[in-house]
Design a protein around this ligand. Structure first.
Ligand SMILES: [Zn+2]
Length: 239
């Protein structure tokens, strides 16, 4: 029986071994805990610094991108303004040159020395003719026609080239006995500058782009109309 109540030494020892010191399972010593917290703080701070640096770089990159986008837009706008300005200057220059050409064209227009004189002439009172006389201040090629109200009739007697300061006579229409007023209502002159290879004169040119007079078939470079007034007392020549 004693055996039943005896305590096995092993159990007693075991019991003693289980009686471990509280220090083996409690909180860390104060110094170790501080080290651990400091390390965590350092890691957290380093992570925050890295995050901040990354954010800063991203922000700089975004700002740079926005900056270059703005810069590109500004450059495009400046280029557009330059193109508009260049176009405006080209238009102004083109208008100026056209105005200069037109002014030169006007300055070169035929100027009469005196009026175109129109009168009856003829040795025989029954075979009179209506004639005109013209003197120009500059040398031109010329074509002259009479307008009757329904048809153009060429005049006769004028050379192709009218030299400056020279009086030229030309025939407008026949004047049968008994006629009291001309059939021709107006004279239509077409003028061109002389043509260098064709005309025996010091050729000159007009800088505008209106017709030149090589053939004299088309429109004149300048055109002048002169009304034909009824001659006053046609028979006075022979009174
Ligand atoms: Zn001209």
């Amino acid at each position: 029986m004693a055996r039943l109540f005896s305590r096995k030494p092993g159990l007693a020892n075991h019991s003693r071994e289980l009686d471990v010191s509280p220090t083996s399972q409690g909180p860390l010593p104060r110094s170790a805990s501080m080290n651990y917290n400091a390390a965590s703080w350092v890691i957290a701070t380093a992570a925050a610094v890295v995050a901040l640096a990354a954010w800063w770089e991203t922000r700089k990159a975004r700002q740079a991108a926005e900056g270059s986008e703005k810069s590109a837009k500004a450059s495009a706008e400046a280029a557009g303004r330059s193109a508009d300005e260049a176009e405006r200057m080209t238009r102004i220059e083109s208008d100026r040159l056209r105005d200069e050409r037109d002014a030169r064209h006007e300055a070169l227009a035929p100027v009469l020395e005196g009026k175109v004189t129109i009168d009856l002439e003829g040795a025989n009172p029954n075979r009179l003719g209506l004639f005109g006389w013209i003197t120009l201040a500059r040398t031109y090629r010329v074509q002259a026609e009479g307008w009757t109200g329904s048809a153009l009739t060429p005049t006769s007697g004028l050379p192709v080239l009218l030299h400056a300061h020279t009086r030229y006579k030309f025939h407008i229409e026949h004047w049968p006995n008994g006629r009291t007023k001309p059939q021709t209502q107006e004279l239509r002159f077409r003028f061109w500058p002389p043509v260098a290879d064709l005309d025996d004169t010091d050729a000159w040119t007009c800088p505008c782009h209106r017709p030149s007079g090589e053939t004299m078939n088309g429109p004149g470079h300048w055109e002048v109309r002169v009304p034909v007034e009824p001659p006053v007392e046609p028979f006075a020549l022979f009174s």
